[in-house]
Design a protein around this ligand. Structure first.
Ligand SMILES: O=C(O)c1cc(=O)[nH]c(=O)n1[C@@H]1O[C@H](COP(=O)(O)O)[C@@H](O)[C@H]1O
Length: 274
């Protein structure tokens, strides 16, 4: 099964475009777990169990584990995701980007060590920095294109005078990813929910690619506008929310509250398909 097929199957099975982001911050854990980095797995596994039937994907952010020396907890968590929800793909958010020989190690880390189904990558170093990830059949790679943060403007909105049609940098990334870089149909693009007009533009340039769209929830992106701009029946969108789900309650009921928020967001996204 290809990564794209996995996404399509999860979308249909769970009737969902919602990606549950795992960005565990021990200081925000509920009493009993609060401040204890050895309990990252326990916190995240409760969230996974409470939301897995509502998700098109899970997206653990590697920095939140590595910063606490919790890489082994991340390995265990991904194994748990695969065992409990085998039809829900896992996107490792690592935003890697390096020369080919180093990229081979990052690819091995993402796909062999952590057993992720897809990874996020920075395309800044060019195609040879992306190619090693494409040697893993069935795995996906999402390239940062038009990111959700305000500073995304600094480079991504610059015009490339040397390229035909003088596109903006993010438009050029979208064209490369839809065209010559997408050797085996493994690529997708990252576009922020905070910029629906740019989602629409990316969708026009990359009509068949899966889009990973973070920025609803804590960053205030418009979920309805996101779906209207990016969703197509034959090209999935994966709309990520992390903190709004993880920290929906700081009490003992955190997993139930996470489920309620995931359900609410899932339903808003579904309704917006029209
Ligand atoms: O690649 C990403 O996942 C990503 C790209 C982007 O443009 N913006 C963005 O927020 N992200 C990630 O998506 C998550 C958003 O988290 P919340 O703002 O808490 O929903 C974080 O893990 C970010 O690192």
């Amino acid at each position: 099964m290809t990564f794209l097929e996995m996404l399509q199957a999860a979308q249909q099975r769970n009737r969902s475009l919602l990606c549950v982001g795992l960005d565990p911050e021990p200081t925000r854990f509920p009493a009993g777990l609060k401040g204890d980095a050895t309990r990252i797995y326990d916190f995240c596994a409760r969230i996974v169990d409470a939301t897995g039937d509502l998700a098109i994907a899970f997206k653990p952010q590697i920095a939140y584990f590595a910063a606490h020396r919790a890489e082994e907890q991340l390995e265990r968590l991904v194994r748990h995701m695969h065992a409990a929800f085998p039809h829900v793909p896992v996107i490792l958010d690592a935003k890697r980007g390096d020369i080919g020989s180093t990229a081979e190690q990052y690819a091995r880390e993402a796909f062999e060590r952590y057993e992720a189904d897809a990874v996020t990558l920075s395309p800044f170093m060019g195609f040879d920095s992306v190619q090693p990830y494409l040697k893993y059949p069935g795995k996906g790679a999402f390239l940062l294109c038009r990111t959700s943060n305000p500073g995304g403007d600094d480079l991504q909105n610059q015009r490339l005078a040397s390229v035909d049609g003088q596109p903006l940098l993010y438009e050029h990334v979208a064209k490369l990813a839809q065209g010559p870089w997408n050797l085996n149909g493994q690529l997708g693009l990252v576009v922020g929910a905070t910029y629906p007009a740019e989602i629409e533009r990316v969708r026009a340039l990359a009509p068949t690619m899966p889009l990973l769209i973070p920025g609803v929830g804590a960053q205030g992106g418009d979920a309805v506008a996101t779906v209207k701009a990016g969703w197509r029946a034959d090209a999935p969108i994966v709309v990520n929310s992390s903190r709004a789900i993880l920290y929906a309650s700081s009490g003992e009921d955190f997993a139930d509250a996470a489920r309620r928020e995931a359900l609410r967001t899932r339903d808003v996204l579904e309704a917006a398909k029209g």
